[in-house]
Design a protein around this ligand. Structure first.
Ligand code: XMP
Length: 315
């Protein structure tokens, strides 16, 4: 759409004018908004931008590698990748309340980011991928079901300014601008993935092993959905470790392992959702793969509950 491309070029110019000769820093999550924002600001100011990617150890399979490959190698950005998994797992040990987990993950993320920021010295602009719905929703977040949003403004004692080039755009506009800027289709159109990552897809206290199970199961589910050509019909599809164990049998021997839940939903705005109509043969094939290929898992279930009364995520 021509006018959106013109607008994207205008945003690039506006960032160049705003930042001038300054130094900008962007926290890259691998999500759509921060990725598009980083690509836009990079086009505007190139070397003056540094991106920090904090790997909390709760990413999906292949994501940290994708970020390094795309932003570091392909775009040639100044990219600092921090493997902070040990820190996050240490802070989260024994914590089973979902909101407490979110809080810890959010705070630790900021702490790691602040440390990297301090190492870089003088910073003039902090780039944020705030989009228009973030602003609107955080204004109306009265009866919060889950704490999703990071729109809190800046503390008063900082000596840098915010650069939020996509803050008046809706998600589909951000995606189109991302494609115009040369981001890959899979990234730009990827399904929503919560900031706390797999941390809210393991019910209860996290262990590295339970996160591993969910990550491997999720990768198999995604692979099968893609192979079946169903990606575009389904809003979100993922695996959950619900924290229950059951008896199974493998090579004639009793096993006692973890169960995995598959969730696939159709939605337009994540406010309500219908269960994706996946056939039993497909689900059974995915289940068998997961229960045989993922060590420690011996049972797979499909969540058939719409939203409401359930939420999309289990936590
Ligand atoms: P629920 O589970 O509330 O999810 O039905 C609605 C949408 O929000 C996503 N979600 C999150 N996104 N941080 C995020 O950035 C979070 O803590 C979080 N929790 C849920 C969820 O994936 C769905 O798209």
């Amino acid at each position: 759409d021509g006018s959106l491309i013109e607008y994207a070029d205008h945003l690039v110019d506006a960032v160049r004018t705003q930042v001038g000769q300054g130094q900008a820093l962007c926290a890259l999550s691998g999500g759509v908004d921060s990725s598009v924002c980083a690509a836009l600001v990079h086009r505007a100011i190139g070397e003056q931008l540094t991106c920090v990617f904090v790997d909390h150890g709760l990413m999906r399979a292949g994501e940290p590698e994708m970020v390094a490959e795309l932003f570091g190698k392909h775009f040639g950005m100044n990219l600092i990748s921090v493997d902070a998994a040990d820190r996050f797992f240490a802070k989260l040990e024994g914590v089973d309340d979902p909101e407490h987990k979110r809080k810890i993950i959010g705070e630790e993320f900021i702490r790691v980011f602040e440390e990297e920021k301090a190492k870089l010295g003088k910073l003039d602009y902090l780039v944020q991928g705030t989009i228009y719905p973030d602003i609107v929703e955080s204004d109306s977040d009265k009866g919060v079901v889950k704490s999703h949003h990071n729109v809190g403004g800046l503390p008063e004692d900082v000596d840098f300014e915010l650069c939020e080039p996509v803050k008046y755009l809706y998600k589909d506009e951000v995606r189109k601008i991302g494609e115009y800027l040369g981001l890959p289709h899979e990234l730009v159109w990827r399904q929503p993935f919560p900031g706390p990552g797999l941390g809210v897809r393991v019910v209860g206290a996290l262990t590295r092993d339970r996160v591993r199970m969910v990550r491997e199961a999720d990768a198999i589910f995604r692979e099968e959905i893609a192979a079946a050509g169903k990606e575009s019909e389904i809003w979100q599809y993922f695996a959950v470790n619900p924290g229950c164990r059951s008896v199974g049998v493998s090579d004639g021997r009793r096993t006692y392992g973890d169960a995995i839940v598959l969730r696939a939903i159709c939605s337009t705005d994540a406010m309500s959702a219908d269960v994706a109509d996946l056939d039993i043969a497909f689900l059974s094939r995915v289940s068998t793969r997961i229960a045989t290929e993922v060590a420690g898992v011996n049972r797979v279930m499909y969540d058939t509950t719409p939203k409401p009364p359930s939420t999309i995520e289990w936590e």
